[in-house]
Design a protein around this ligand. Structure first.
Ligand code: NAD
Length: 350
């Protein structure tokens, strides 16, 4: 195989972000096809695209010279030259495209969340298990450099026993930032709960293992029409530890995006703030870890490049995820929604 040939479905915030990452940072990748329901975006004009992280200038059109364009993802999937289908459409449509792409014998990189509900997740699980192709969900926080550094130290036992942790993900209001404002409807996006807070819920599952239950409180419909816009969850583990996370997209539009954590362990406290990432050792020393991101500054860059290199080399990707842990995270976030709806602690059935 020369370059890995990619087809991207959905040219919104994530699809255009992935396009630039393949183009600028993944030498083994070549985007040969794109699909979007909006014909304007297929011309390369992405001026309508907005996001809540990053500084890409979307007034500059993307160059789709020599790239095939399709108005449906299902037509793109039929292109026999494509090795990897990259799915970046709104969440409810992930499932059908994942199933179609795997059935067509493609490797699949699908944006998070896995899908919109547990019934869809079950269908995807069956298709992934039946396929010999590689499948990755964009749980990018697992690959985000500071989070990765913390994960590696924690799982190696460097900081001693974890006592408590909290995670925050605070976004400016995303109302109007997206295609047909799909984020603002619970049926489509699952609100800030499924769309944003999922990252922290997933990080907690990834860092500390399976919680046995969750207790969540949420505010619904203060930014969106009817979705959970703000959530605070306590994750219950067998051990005597205290783990919580808070996520919202209800901050004023000019509020900077924030993703942070504090993890208190026997030997050190790990603190990612908007300004820096530091480790405060109980012996009084303060460490500012030097992280070599190798020119891949975000978890999106890291995870995408890793996946494409695995496809190129025929090596099953296992560094950032196995399907079961992604499926677990999905079950946890659905339990959080149930906890908000029922105003009670929910035991999680894995
Ligand atoms: N990993 C992350 O950090 C992260 C960040 C943001 C979004 N996401 C996820 O990425 C996915 C896309 O979100 P976004 O912010 O890019 O949305 P968006 O609204 O910016 O873009 C969606 C794009 O899909 C196109 N589209 C809609 N329906 C389509 C269809 N049936 N077929 C083809 N194209 C279609 C729209 O025209 C639009 O260009 C979502 O699942 C979202 O949760 C992940």
């Amino acid at each position: 195989m020369s370059k890995v040939k990619i087809g991207i479905i959905g040219l919104g915030f994530m699809g255009t972000t992935h396009f630039r990452i393949y183009r600028d940072c993944v030498p083994n990748a070549q985007v040969i096809a794109v699909a979007d329901i909006d014909p304007v975006k297929l011309t390369g004009n992405i001026s309508a695209v907005k996001g809540n992280i990053g500084n890409d200038d979307n007034s500059i059109p993307l160059d789709f010279t020599n790239i095939k364009t399709y108005e449906t993802g299902f037509d793109l999937i039929k292109n026999p030259e494509i090795d990897v289908v990259d799915i970046c459409v709104p969440t409810p449509w992930h499932k059908d495209l994942i199933l179609a792409a795997l059935a067509a014998g493609k490797h699949v990189y699908a944006e998070k969340p896995l899908c919109r509900n547990l019934a869809q997740a079950e269908e995807i699980a069956a298709a992934v298990k039946a396929s010999d192709k590689f499948f990755n969900v964009g749980m990018c926080v697992r690959a985000w450099p500071a989070y990765r550094h913390a994960y590696e130290g924690l799982t190696a036992g460097k900081y001693g026993k974890m006592r408590a942790a909290n995670f925050h993900r605070i976004s400016p209001n995303v109302d109007g930032n997206n295609w047909q404002n799909w984020y603002m409807t619970d049926e489509l996006s699952g609100g800030a709960l499924l769309d944003m807070h999922l990252h922290d819920s997933d990080a907690i599952r990834y860092f500390f293992g399976r919680p046995k239950a969750v207790t969540s409180v949420g505010l619904t419909g203060f930014v969106s029409k009817d979705a959970v816009d703000h959530v605070i969850t306590t994750y219950h583990f067998d051990d005597d530890v205290l783990v919580s996370a808070e996520g919202t997209w209800g901050a004023a539009v000019n509020t900077p995006f924030e993703m942070t954590f504090q993890i208190w362990c026997e030997k050190a406290t790990l603190k990612l703030s908007p300004e820096d990432y530091k480790i405060y050792w109980t012996d009084g020393t303060v460490e500012t870890p030097k992280i070599d991101d190798q020119g891949l500054p975000t978890g999106w860059h890291q995870a995408i490049k890793y996946f494409i290199d695995c496809v190129k080399n025929g090596v099953k990707p296992d560094k950032y995820q196995d399907f079961d842990s992604v499926y677990d995270s999905f079950k946890i976030i659905m339990a959080e929604q149930e906890s908000i709806d029922k105003n009670s602690r929910i035991e999680i059935k894995y």
